[in-house]
Design a protein around this ligand. Structure first.
Ligand code: ARG
Ligand code: ZN
Length: 869
């Protein structure tokens, strides 16, 4: 083997978008033969390649033991190629080159969960997005190289299931107790969409007939005992297939669609062509074992991965800078799908809550980047809330502006133009523009710059002229790496309400966008602008950014009374919720008195319960301490925020008084026919139970104990357990043991058991030490790590005291074992610089001390960005 004599020590490993070049060779076909043995795997690969432009033939490969390489049938001598830790380069390759390689790899000891890895005793799976394929074989592993894959998988018969993408074309005996299966995927795809699975799994089968009449075999593979938990996912899959036909005109294109569940997975799931691989947390759903929130998530992730078949697979990304092209669009599509599963307003509330809790903080700190970054060191670090969630918001803005029909004309044009191609964000916006006839090119600005815009608005009513003038201003915080920030197009959906009657007023204003949408939408694309509404007969209350029509921070000088008015009179459920959140921001961050908020809640909630319990449960949302922290840029004292938030929760609980128990006792989830109503009823019941406990009423514990015992529903059981554990109720210990014995063989339920204890408001270093040294704690399973770390981080007071060492130790350990997850967990500490002294300096010193120790690009890049403030 020929290791480059003088490997370039790259001080700067940054990759830039501007340096993009086409690959010099394309791959017409790839034949893989993957032979799995107990202590190694052999991968034999045949690539039929063709020159496209001048340049070297470059095959990427990492951690591969090269056994042999031939070109056009001739063995390559060691001086005919250069091999280093990242690639194999052949300088004078002929224009037609058939390359055959044999490599040895070690999935049995692959803890990074990238490439081919042994996930559990009886299961081998792959994760190749973004750059895992190069850990399986030498290949031009980049998304703009599309090829037809034929895959032979061979293993011992103790692994009866042998899967790869596409159609099964052959299977048979391979001698010595071994067997094989050969699969061929007719659609050209980039290597990141390749998958194979070797294991001993049970399967749930169903079928689906597409709008084109294609009969598709549907299969979900999981452990035998989990098969009953796969039905919700199967229904969601069929629903998604229908939904994409109806809403985007996209039928499925293969004869089979397989989903495989594994407990060892770094992310949620992966859209490999025709063979999705899922974290069990995103496929198993059953009310006995998983919560309502998890059930909703399963349905949305099933839809997400299915929708990728068109937005991601049939049309893929030219390079990884374009990641948000497929992710932003697919998240927007899965959010729209989920709006049909529960109340659309509540789905929007939940999606915006996630955006504000994760993306806004990310975008205001040292890890801030544009949805389409222009440089990175490690692309795995860019599977972020900004790429996914802000990416989705950009698509939603364009969809809002266009209205249903024009947006559909735009997406039709995108699919017509680019099917089978690897494209860019520019291609997407150009196709939408051409199809809809509306110039959307200004939206490219959103993709290219970081930061959450501030939208400042002011309203002025002129009673004599009967006009209402609305002035708008936008601005962005400066960013050292992105100096030329421009004004972005902001669709402002708005409504006016009569301040006395609460009636919605009709809008007379020339500037509103004509898009067939009922609500008025003003496209604000300047630094500042003023619009005027005429024939406004009495002083109105304006409601802005209805349904959160743009991902901006709105500042409007509402009085608290006006916000209370909107809570009661807005007809858009999202903006009702937004009114509570704005009031709470003021109470918790600006020391406004709580009484107006409390009174508005008392006025609004009781009458709404019968009608929409799910929405009511969300109106009780109080921003988390983590979210509040993200609104504070300096001198943040976790303890102070915690105390204020607790005081508010106490006041709210006291204000509801005896009503809390009345509401609790009156709610009966079983009487709700509709899942979403039942889910709302359960959520609200749990909120009331928490309130009763907050009132210091010990009968809460008996109610909780009864609820815990008498239910077969996980949301109810956990809601009760939480109240017992977090209040150190006398019944807590027994309930924890009961839960443990009942669910010890159910990993996802046990994740909840770990999480609840880690999130105990009075959890301390000992609690966490107890949990992380528990026999069921496993550093090889990201879900379990996240359960404890996520629980811990529910209390920022803990995160910023003993939690700092916890996260640093994890980053240190995972740096080698699983850098993708290590890097993500370290990001929890990214807002260290906002802390008040002396904490700020202490944490900084701990982070600095980590710097010389970590080696992976993932953790190093994150750490150095974090320290660059
Ligand atoms: N494309 C997948 C999804 O969003 C995510 C895969 C991310 N994997 C990773 N290693 N970063 O559905
Ligand atoms: Zn995705």
């Amino acid at each position: 083997m020929n290791i480059a004599a003088n490997p370039v020590i790259e001080a700067d490993q940054t990759i830039y978008l501007k340096d993009y070049q086409k690959p010099s060779f394309l791959v017409d076909t790839i034949d893989l033969n993957i032979q799995v043995f107990d202590d190694h795997t052999v991968v034999s690969t045949k690539l039929v390649m063709q020159r496209q432009t001048a340049g070297d033939l470059v095959l990427l490969g990492r951690d591969l033991e090269l056994q042999s390489i031939t070109i056009n049938g001739k063995q390559l001598a060691e001086n005919e190629y250069v091999l280093d830790a990242e690639q194999l380069v052949i300088s004078n390759a002929p224009d037609q080159a058939t390359i055959e390689t044999i490599v040895k790899i070690h999935p049995e000891s692959n803890t990074q969960l990238e490439g081919l890895y042994q996930a559990a005793g009886d299961l081998f799976v792959t994760q190749n997005e973004p750059e895992g394929f190069r850990k399986i074989t030498f290949y031009p592993d980049r998304p703009d190289v599309l090829s037809v894959f034929t895959t032979r998988v061979e293993a011992d018969k103790k692994f009866p299931v042998l899967l790869a993408n596409g159609n099964l074309i052959e299977k048979g005996e391979a001698g010595e107790g071994r067997h094989y299966a050969t699969w061929q995927d007719p659609t050209k795809k980039p290597a990141y969409l390749f998958a194979c699975v070797i294991g001993d799994l049970a399967v749930l089968k169903d079928s689906y007939v597409t709008s084109e009449g294609r009969n598709v075999a549907l299969e979900i593979y999981a452990e035998e005992k989990d098969i009953p938990k796969c039905h919700i996912a199967m229904e969601a899959l069929k629903h998604s297939m229908r939904w994409d036909e109806e809403h985007y005109g996209r039928p499925y294109d293969l004869d089979n669609y397989m989903i495989v569940a594994t407990s060892a997975f770094n992310m949620g799931a992966m859209e490999n062509k025709g063979l999705n691989i899922f974290n069990t947390s995103c496929v198993l759903a059953d009310e006995e074992f998983t919560t309502d929130a998890a059930i909703m998530r399963v349905q949305s992730v099933i839809a997400h991965e299915y929708f990728h078949n068109w937005t991601g697979n049939r049309i893929t990304c030219r390079d990884w800078f374009q990641l948000c092209l497929k992710e932003g669009l697919t998240v927007f599509r899965d959010q729209s799908f989920s709006e049909d599963l529960q109340s659309a307003a509540v789905q929007r509330i939940d999606d915006v809550a996630v955006l504000k809790a994760h993306q806004f903080p990310e975008d205001s700190g040292p890890l801030s980047h544009p949805p389409r970054p222009d440089h990175f060191v490690e692309i795995n670090n860019f599977y972020t809330a900004t790429v996914y969630e802000k990416g989705a918001e950009i698509n939603r803005m364009m969809a809002t502006l266009l209205g249903k029909e024009k947006f559909r004309a735009g997406t039709d044009e995108y699919f017509r133009r680019h099917d089978g191609q690897a494209v860019t964000v520019e291609d997407w916006v150009a196709a939408l523009t051409a199809g809809s006839g509306v110039d959307l090119s200004a939206f490219l600005i959103w993709y290219n710059q970081p930061g959450t815009p501030k939208l400042e608005a002011q309203g002025e009513y002129d009673a004599a002229k009967q006009t209402y003038r609305l002035s708008l201003k936008q601005s962005l915080k400066t960013h050292p790496k992105y100096p030329n920030l421009k004004a972005v197009p902001i669709p402002v959906a708005l409504a006016l309400f009569d301040a006395h009657s609460g009636e919605q007023l009709s809008l007379n204003c020339e500037s509103l966008f004509e898009n067939g949408v009922k609500d008025g939408v003003y496209l604000f694309d300047q630094d500042a602008a003023t619009i005027e509404f005429t024939d406004v007969t009495s002083k109105p209350v304006v409601s802005l950014l209805r349904n959160f029509s743009a991902p901006v921070n709105l500042e409007f000088n509402y009085s608290d009374e006006e916000l209370a008015f909107l809570l009661q009179h807005e007809t858009n459920g999202f903006n009702q919720w937004q009114a509570t959140q704005t009031l709470l921001d003021r109470i918790l961050l600006n020391d406004h008195p709580a009484d107006i908020y409390i009174q508005a809640m008392l006025n609004t909630v009781p009458s709404l319960i019968a009608h929409d319990p799910l929405l009511v449960s969300r109106l009780f949302d109080v921003p988390t301490e983590g979210y509040l922290a993200s609104r504070i840029d300096a001198d943040y004292q976790p303890q102070v925020i915690q105390e204020k938030r607790n005081a508010l929760l106490d006041t709210l609980a006291r204000a509801f008084g005896a009503q809390a128990k009345e509401i609790y006792l009156s709610l009966d989830p079983k009487s709700q026919a509709d899942f979403s109503q039942a889910m709302g009823t359960r959520a609200l019941k749990n909120i009331m139970l928490t309130m009763i406990a907050r009132q210091g009423d010990e009968s809460a514990f008996e109610l909780a104990e009864q609820q815990f015992k008498n239910t077969a529903n996980m949301s109810e059981r956990l809601g009760a357990l939480r109240v017992l554990v977090w209040n150190d109720a006398p019944q807590a210990e027994k309930a924890l043991i009961d839960f443990y014995l009942r669910f010890k063989d159910e990993a996802l339920s046990m994740d909840q058991w770990f999480m609840i204890q880690a999130a105990h408001p009075k959890a301390d270093a000992e609690t966490i030490a107890y949990l992380t040294s528990h026999p069921d704690y496993d550093l090889g399973v990201p879900n379990r790590i996240r359960a404890v770390s996520g629980g811990l981080n529910a209390n920022p007071v803990n995160t910023w005291s003993f939690g700092v060492q916890h996260f640093i130790d994890l980053a240190k350990y995972l740096d080698e074992k699983n850098p993708i997850v290590g890097s993500r967990l370290l990001q929890v500490l990214s807002r260290w610089y906002t802390l008040a002294e002396p904490q700020r300096s202490e944490v900084k010193a701990q982070l600095e001390a980590l710097k010389p120790i970590v080696k992976s690009k993932n953790v190093s890049e994150t750490l150095s960005s974090m320290l660059s403030v």
